[in-house]
Design a protein around this ligand. Structure first.
Ligand code: C6P
Length: 411
């Protein structure tokens, strides 16, 4: 994979920001979109736009065909056994909430346990807190090692026959840790628990095969994987999706509606109330085509390489810089989170922005983790297929400027 060539596919990257060429290092928040995806969206709205599963007119059939084809593409992308197990949602947050409300809230009871890690994104934490409140189930946290990794021994100790759900991010959006989901899933299953995986930061960046991992549910967002905003995916094993209740009622999710009761369609449609996210799903289908063409293994290797290169180069500023998360290598995804002395992350980010460098600063929707790290915020640079070593060099240069600017707060 040649990231310099890949860059040409992303028109937005070809611009100056504050008088400098844009260096976009915020793909973990949202990725940029290749021309192919933008063109598919444009073509859809110019030629095929219509509601789906409703009318019998030609545009309606075209839109329905394109929408269902997108589902097939996404199913192939994650190796789902069937397209019906792919539900289009608004994103990871909505998918996780649907699992919590439609499945766990109904199935769990007092005495049951939900196992999480303290580094979860709020979207994979608050829904479980809510489930615990209404069912009487309790939350249990896996111990996190200082570098943000989990040990399988700790997982074996924490998961018990009372555990009904283990819910974990595949990749931490703050620390970049890639958790051994296949092994953790085997432990969860041996205890009779279901494995829910937040794939927001893994599905866009590495091959994810739901059958190989054997996970029960997987949630991810289209906008982090070259697709449009407003679309995401909920994958589930058929038996759990059949047992799960819809969370949104109305539109074409129904089978028969009586005055006092109603029945639903089969999966996936029973979960897609109202007019579905038609253009979003079609755009996500185009994004999946694009990523497949580049190759997910290539993207993963590229990300891992850039993270290692960034950590090596950031080492040059070592005495002032605290970098969080595991050592570079195969268990570390393509993002680097750090702080520069006592300087607030927002200040560092503002100086970087003046040099055209976009990073994210804040708590990254992981407040419990920030507390564990003993900070209120961090700076995060995240990489994707269009980033190059030159982008990392620009970051290091920008940080040298920030270091100089805030010397008083560092020394
Ligand atoms: N993280 C970031 O880190 P949505 O907003 O629904 O598309 O995705 C939520 C989400 C869930 N889990 C993980 C691990 C995530 O990283 C995210 C989104 C972004 O910058 C925004 S907070």
């Amino acid at each position: 994979m040649n990231s310099v060539e890949v860059r040409q596919d992303f028109p937005i990257l070809n611009q100056e920001v504050n008088g400098h060429p844009l260096v976009y290092l915020d793909s973990a928040a949202t990725s940029q979109k290749p021309r192919e995806v933008i063109e598919v969206l444009k073509r859809y709205y110019e030629a095929d736009n219509s509601n789906v599963h409703r009318g019998v007119h030609t545009l309606g059939s075209r839109a329905t065909e394109a929408y269902e084809l997108a589902r097939e593409k996404v199913a192939r992308f994650i190796n789902a056994p069937s397209p019906e197990q792919v539900i289009f949602t608004r994103g990871t947050t909505e998918s996780l909430n649907m699992i919590a409300y439609g499945y766990a809230r109904i199935q769990l009871k007092a005495g049951d346990e939900i196992v999480l890690s303290p580094s979860e994104h709020h979207s994979n934490l608050i829904p479980w807190q809510q489930v615990a409140k209404v069912t009487g189930a309790s939350l249990k946290y896996l111990p996190l090692q200082a570098d943000g990794t989990l040990t399988l021994d700790d997982v074996r100790q924490t998961v018990t026959p009372a555990t009904k759900i283990v819910a974990l991010a595949h990749v931490s959006n703050v620390l970049g840790t890639i958790h051994p989901i296949k092994e953790i899933t085997a432990i969860a299953h041996a205890a009779g628990a279901l494995m829910v995986v937040d794939g927001a930061q893994s599905v866009p960046h590495m091959p994810v095969d739901v059958r190989d991992l054997d996970v029960d549910f997987l949630a991810f967002s289209g906008h982090k994987m070259c697709g449009p905003t407003g679309v995401g995916v909920l994958y589930g094993k058929r038996k759990w999706l059949d047992a799960m209740e819809p969370t949104y009622f109305g539109g074409e999710m129904i089978d028969i509606v009586e005055l006092y009761d109603s029945t639903w369609k089969d999966i996936p449609w029973k979960f897609e109330g109202g007019t579905p996210i038609i253009a979003g799903a079609i755009g996500l289908g185009a994004a999946v085509d694009y990523l497949t063409k580049v190759g997910m293994e290539n993207i993963h290797n590229h990300d891992v390489h850039l993270a290692a290169y960034a950590m090596e180069r950031l080492g040059e500023l070592s005495s002032d810089l605290t970098v969080y998360g595991p050592k570079p290598g195969k268990t570390r995804a393509g993002l680097v989170t750090f702080n520069l002395g006592q300087v607030h992350a927002h200040d560092v980010s503002t100086v970087l922005d003046a040099e055209g460098i976009a990073v994210r600063a804040g708590h990254h929707c992981a407040q419990p983790l920030m507390r564990m790290l003993g900070v209120i915020s961090t700076v995060r640079a995240s990489f994707y297929l269009y980033n190059t070593e030159a982008d990392v060099d620009a970051l290091v240069h920008g940080l040298s400027s920030a270091k100089e600017f805030f010397q008083h707060a560092i020394g």
